[in-house]
Design a protein around this ligand. Sequence first.
Ligand code: ADP
Ligand code: MG
Length: 348
Amino acid sequence: MIEDKNQQRTALSELGEFGLIEHLTKSFKVNQESTIKGIGDDAAVLDFKTKKAVITTDLLVEGVHFDLSYMPLKHLGYKAVIVNLSDVYAMNATATQITVSIAVSNRFPLEAIEELYAGIETAAKLYNVDVVGGDTTSSTSGLLISITALGKADEKDLVYRNGAKSNDLLVVSGDIGGAYLGLQVMEREKQVFKVNPNSQPDLDQYAYIIERQLKPEARKDIVVLLKDLDVKPTSMIDISDGLSSEIIHLCKQSNVGCDLYEEKIPLDPQVISTCEEFNMDSTTIALNGGEDYELLMTISQEDFPKIKANPNLTVIGYMTEESRGMHLVTRSETKIPLKAQGWNSLSE
Ligand code: ADP
Ligand code: MG
């Protein structure tokens, strides 16, 4: 449907492995002063001086994590970088380098891999991270992409999942549920397209939620904002699997309970209207949808005045003693135990 119908097809075998690596990586530039040696030797060399190094990695598998029938390769490359940077920012750290490993079948021409790398390069430039290495190999069928992100932080600034205290405020950046609904819209269009390949979908009214799915951003700006506001969260995590399961991670690792207020969950108007159209409950989507890559954090009550006027941060509840358990307080003020469903169970 949205797939790029690039006419030219150069077989990867024409370049060979080294030719391919050279071709894909020749335009990458080094900007970070911590990068001593980037691509081209047996290993990259980095120097974080007095800072702590942060490292995170993700593996994305075609057919499991992405579907190329509606995910353009450029977007896939971009998103693969974003999901890793999001984990670095969730440590309250600065992202500095990435490595990129791919396994490709001969089903993909050079032009397709160029698209993938165009997305990777765009994200690397925008977030100011150096691509310092990777690996390139063949696969028998699909595409696999694994990105590792590195970052740095002063030890005192690092924020873990286990620091939340009873009475801390539970705070989320941006709004949630959009990425999952964007996927629902594209799944529906894919089915329509199967029946009628000439149909031209009008997706304007879903622009925001489709963008949330296809071109998510990592909240680097929130790490900067927190620093400007002089707020260090007591715990933090990024929302990849859904609000509910991320809250449960913070609670379990911090040995606290929590009350999450349904009416406080920030939703974009497009999320609300699309939920109505799909006959879905917007709270269920927000709790279990995932892939929003917003930051979920707990902050001390005394920091509330510093964040309360900020449109990027919403207080959605507070932490309690562990023995009180983890609950959603509904609009009708009933308490329901929080469950970690994750987006898998939504699609059953
Ligand atoms: P080795 O045989 O030691 O693994 P390679 O020939 O695979 O080395 O890689 C040569 C250089 O190119 C290394 O710096 C490596 O990190 C980099 N590289 C290889 N594949 C990729 C890729 N897909 N993206 C970015 N850099 C890569
Ligand atoms: Mg190699």
